[in-house]
Design a binder for this molecule. Structure first.
Ligand SMILES: C[S@@+](CC[C@H](N)C(=O)[O-])C[C@H]1O[C@@H](n2cnc3c(N)ncnc32)[C@H](O)[C@@H]1O
Length: 513
């Protein structure tokens, strides 16, 4: 009998994300579970009763339709030996575990019938066997409590006395929370652990290349609790979308810590968990620019004559007449965009039209500091001259669709750092506009605050291509900036609801503050 035809299929729509996620409860005579799906993917987890009625094998799968194939990444609970053989130790990425934890959480919270079936309060799942040893103390940047929890998790797996390992629900939740909050730390941790997990198996299990893990599960029957959980999951799911993307293997896990000086004499806050990058990275769904449609100059004199350099003639409306630079300083702040010479040009790096490229390589002394009223900010620890290139604003290049998906999540987290690359776009073209998302991958510019009397000016610029969607963003000093001054931008916010604390005499938004 086809179980899927037999299922009673109730749809739970989670508002306000109904466009993105649908949760289906799967219920058949032998199977009970849950499917979560959106336009791109489906995560499903179902449990099957076995001969031993108080234990249920849980099978969790994740299928990504964007790959045009049903890449079935079954995780745990496969009874089929061949399926197990297919699973390599690399199979368990933190993202998969996270998904699994979440899906499992959903099952436990939503599936009343499952709770009733499982009188013993156990869900039994299978765990992949790894033969090497677990090493302890691999955890960095994780709180002490989390460290203890993870270590107990490791030692439980390590313990020779367990054939069936018991994970408390709290532990599972803690692991989920850690993965959620510290994806990169856990990524490295997992990379280390996965090679070192050992299990003591009985010969039968060993033949199947698996061991048993048992998860303790609290019973939550109250409808009220389920409702609360759903509410909680609304925000979780929004966050999941973002963090799921962080696990995208096309984007390498970051290797660097914050490379800037940090000062906080206001409170005990730490800067958020961010990854600092020097150049923009591109979201895998965004098609990279076509560099063939490009510009280059053929100047034989290293671009000494601005009237002939083709890079200067590209967009006279934006650039104005002549190079916008004098002695490496921006000479006109009303400029629309800068088209610097690039790798296909005839000139070398000393060319007067390569100011941003040259100066990007000379590190400036900046500090991230906690301001009194605006959260974190950036100050320069050195004098900056009017017209000097200060920094490039970098982040992840995303399209409008991803931007609106993530906006939901950022709103909830009360963080939003998008920079629309919309210079020279009219309203009709809005959908084509790309944005720089610096909520996670970012440069120090992510901490620049607004001032109605800003000392930095924003100028779009182009180097390797002239496709206006692929503009980059440079900040230049629009007046001399003394050492230890805060660096500020004019956000040009179009609502008067902004509660501005710039404290400038020209403040356009200040109310009663
Ligand atoms: C790009 S972030 C700047 C870094 C931010 N201060 C932080 O701690 O992450 C923009 C946010 O900073 C705060 N902010 C920036 N300029 C401000 C100002 N002049 N007055 C009040 N809040 C400001 C607002 O919360 C704004 O949404």
């Amino acid at each position: 009998m086809n179980e899927r035809n037999n299922k009673s299929n109730k749809e739970y729509r989670i508002e306000p994300y109904s466009k993105h996620i649908i949760i289906n409860k799967i219920q058949t005579q032998t199977q009970i579970g849950i499917e979560i799906y959106n336009n791109n993917s489906i995560a499903s987890s179902s449990s099957k009763t076995t001969n031993n009625n108080d234990k249920v094998a849980v099978q969790t799968t994740y299928t990504d339709y964007t790959k045009n194939e049903q890449s079935n990444t079954s995780l745990l609970g496969q009874n089929n030996t061949n399926q197990f053989k297919k699973c390599s130790k690399d199979y368990f990425t933190p993202r998969q575990i996270y998904l699994w934890v979440k899906v499992l959480e959903l099952i436990v919270h939503l599936s009343k019938d499952l709770n009733e079936k499982l009188n013993n309060d156990f869900i039994s799942i299978k765990w992949i066997n790894h033969r090497d040893k677990i090493r302890k103390g691999l955890i960095s940047n994780i709180t002490e409590d989390e460290k203890i929890l993870i270590q107990s998790y490791i030692s439980e797996i390590h313990s020779a006395s367990f054939k069936e390992i018991s994970f408390s629900w709290e532990l599972i939740q803690a692991i989920g929370a850690i993965i959620f909050r510290h994806p990169n730390q856990v990524y490295h941790l997992w990379e280390e652990i996965k090679d070192k997990i050992v299990m003591n198996l009985d010969p039968e299990d060993e033949k199947k290349n698996c061991a048993k893990v048992i998860i303790n599960k609290p019973i939550l029957n109250s409808i009220m609790m389920v409702k609360n959980k759903l509410n909680e999951l609304q925000s979780f799911k929004a966050v999941d979308e973002r963090f799921a993307e962080l696990w995208n293997s096309k984007i390498q896990p970051p290797k660097h810590k914050c490379p800037y000086d940090i000062m906080n004499i206001m409170d005990d806050d730490m800067i958020p968990q961010l990854e600092f990058i020097k150049d923009n990275i591109i979201h895998p769904n965004v098609k990279a620019p076509n560099l063939l449609e490009n510009f280059a100059c053929a100047c034989a004199d290293n671009c000494q004559k601005t009237s002939v350099c083709q890079c200067m003639l590209i967009d006279n409306d934006s650039q104005g007449e002549g190079f916008p630079f004098e002695n490496d300083m921006l000479s006109r702040s009303d400029i629309g965009a800068i088209y610097e010479c690039n790798s296909r040009c005839n000139c070398d790096m000393t060319c007067p039209n390569r100011v941003i490229q040259r100066n990007k390589k000379i590190p400036k002394k900046f500090q991230i500091f906690k301001t009194k009223e605006k959260g974190w900010g950036v100050r320069s620890l050195q004098f900056i001259k009017e017209g000097e290139f200060v920094m490039e604003h970098v982040g992840e290049v995303i399209d409008a669709r991803i931007a609106s998906l993530r906006a939901v999540c950022y709103d909830k987290l009360d963080t939003m750092s998008y920079f629309d690359l919309d210079y020279d776009f009219d309203k009709k073209e809005r959908r084509q506009v790309l944005s720089l998302d610096s909520n996670y991958w970012c440069g120090i510019s992510r901490f620049l605050n607004h001032s109605c009397n800003a000392n930095l000016v924003t100028i779009p610029f182009f180097v390797e291509n002239k496709d206006k969607r692929w503009q980059r963003i440079a900040f230049f000093a629009q007046r001399d900036i003394k050492a230890f001054s805060e660096l500020t931008l004019d956000y040009k916010i179009e609502t008067d609801e902004f509660d501005c604390y710039c404290r400038s005499q020209y403040c356009r938004y200040a109310k009663n503050n």
